[in-house]
Design a protein. Sequence first.
Length: 257
Amino acid sequence: MDKPPVVQLENLEKIYQLGKTTVHALRGVSLTVREGEFTVVMGPSGSGKTTLLNLIGTLDKPTSGRALIDGEDIAKMNDGQLTRLRRHKIGFVFQFHNLIPVLTAFENVQLPLLTSRTKRREAEDRANELLDRVGLKERARHLPDELSGGEQQRVAIARALANRPRIILADEPTGDLDTQTGSEVVRMMYEVARQEHAAVVVVTHDPIIAERADRLLEMRDGRITEIVHEPLTGEKHAIRAIESVPPEPGRSLSQPN
Ligand SMILES: Nc1ncnc2c1ncn2[C@@H]1O[C@H](COP(=O)(O)OP(=O)(O)OP(=O)(O)O)[C@@H](O)[C@H]1O
Ligand SMILES: [Mg+2]
């Protein structure tokens, strides 16, 4: 049986109006992400990847269409409910680590637990457990600038997982890392998220990571195409354009009016 959906997007559109220029960042995106699934989003610069992640993460609102997290329509939530949703159900990993420089690795991971009022003892245990899982037990007392880029990003992953979110959103989390370290960091995110039953949506250009995805999506000009892995040949091909409204000529930033 299918696992329950964590994210359901129905025909999402996002339009930015910049003076006379209309930017169709998303042109009708529909997507279902289920519990524990690892989804990779690829696509050229400006195709709408970050916009998509921001909408899933409720950091931005769609112009039209519906977005449900755990079956709840985010358009119907007030600011307090959205804050709670982000705090408890969503973990973010950014391109650059965004760790708090004056806090140790341990304190960075513990912080979201304390702000969500987890008891101190429980927060300590959870932070230690997560640092152990990302292989940084021995580095728990280090400050971020005493850690390598890859280690810092592993702390960021542990921090994103602290409150046992339903979904981890990661926008090019390998930003300034070399290819091998970047792949290792994402592999770790994949494994730890899986142990914790969290769904992951990650934007990356790394073909090795794409190979491991449960679902590989390609974005082009605000639309999603799903790619499947052929089990025998390893070849990939598009199975369907999830949305099929033809583009409006001259309405995107790449083709200004
Ligand atoms: N706040 C904004 N105001 C106006 N236009 C925006 C805004 N944010 C994004 N856009 C436009 O929306 C489109 C999609 O942007 P988005 O950041 O989602 O692309 P992306 O796929 O993440 O690109 P990259 O790979 O470069 O990060 C682009 O044309 C961009 O210029
Ligand atoms: Mg982006």
